[in-house]
Design a binder for this molecule. Structure first.
Ligand code: ATP
Ligand code: MG
Length: 255
């Protein structure tokens, strides 16, 4: 099995060298956990260090804002865009979320015929093929779940992930954490791997820890390790653990 380096320092050694090529991996975490930074690093360093073209689908932030914020890490996203190695697709979360035509009509949404998951998939696929992308980042799948009907949402997410599996790309999808410990979301079951970014407070300090929840076909690490968001991006400390009092906090807190 070919491995795809994650481009996150310290992470590959927790998962036997990287993601399995063409897998769909889910990254979950609360607000500000570093999900977008993680995914953009996966793409940006994927281009720079491994020559893998990448596609970024943003359902939340505008491309201009993303490009601006990533300057903070000295990542010049405009350059790979000009070189046709990176594409940023801005998808409208509201339109795609209004999957049910009837409710869309009552909300006065007129582009419902084209704003479907099928069309979003087609749009992504076109960009992937145009630049020969090897890495794909969808940020975030939660934005697609606007419908209040659970069955519709489940069906839509299933269809979305199943299709992405055939794109010949190693795909990272972000999802927001729900605050119910007992129920996992459909995307957590459907993805080949799930990585969780935990953020909590210990004695007034913010503590960040990364956990590999699952990684099918991989003998992965099962311990929570600290990670940091630095000027260079996300860094994982694989030989350090979140111990003692902090571990207890993580056990009892769900972020
Ligand atoms: N150079 C830096 N050093 C330390 N922390 C930084 C640096 N740059 C950004 N951050 C932190 O990264 C956070 C933003 O990370 P990011 O946008 O990737 O999170 P996210 O999980 O995608 O959040 P959201 O759920 O809001 O989309 C900021 O809130 C800030 O705390
Ligand atoms: Mg984000």
């Amino acid at each position: 099995m070919t491995r795809v380096p994650t481009a996150i320092p310290g992470l590959d050694e927790l998962i036997e060298g990287g993601f399995i090529e063409n897998d769909v991996i889910l990254l979950t975490g609360g607000p500000g956990a570093g999900k977008s930074t993680f995914g953009i690093q996966f793409l940006y360093d994927g281009i720079k260090n491994y020559g893998d073209p990448g596609v970024y689908v943003t359902l939340e932030e505008s491309p201009a804002r993303i490009i601006r914020n990533m300057w903070r890490h000295n990542w010049d996203l405009e350059r790979p865009i000009k070189e046709n190695k990176l594409r940023i697709i801005r998808a409208n979360p509201i339109a795609y979320g209004r999957y049910i035509k009837e409710s869309a009509k009552t909300e006065g949404i007129t582009d419902v015929e084209t704003a479907t998951v099928e069309n979003l998939l087609k749009q992504i696929f076109t960009q992937v093929k145009e630049i020969g992308a090897k890495r794909l980042f969808i940020d975030s799948i939660t934005s697609l779940k606007i419908s209040s009907d659970e069955t519709t949402v489940r069906h839509m997410i299933m269809e979305f992930i199943k299709n992405l599996e055939n794109f010949d790309c190693t795909t990272l999808i972000t999802s927001e954490l729900h605050n119910n410990l007992e129920n996992f979301s459909v995307e957590e079951y459907l993805s080949e791997g799930v990585i969780r970014l935990h953020v909590t407070r210990v004695g007034g300090n913010r503590v960040r820890a990364i956990e590999i929840i699952k990684m099918r076909g991989v003998k992965h690490d099962e311990i929570m390790h600290p990670y940091a968001i630095t000027d260079e991006g996300i860094v994982v400390y694989p030989s350090e653990t979140v111990i003692g009092k902090e571990a207890d906090v993580f056990e009892s807190t769900f972020f």
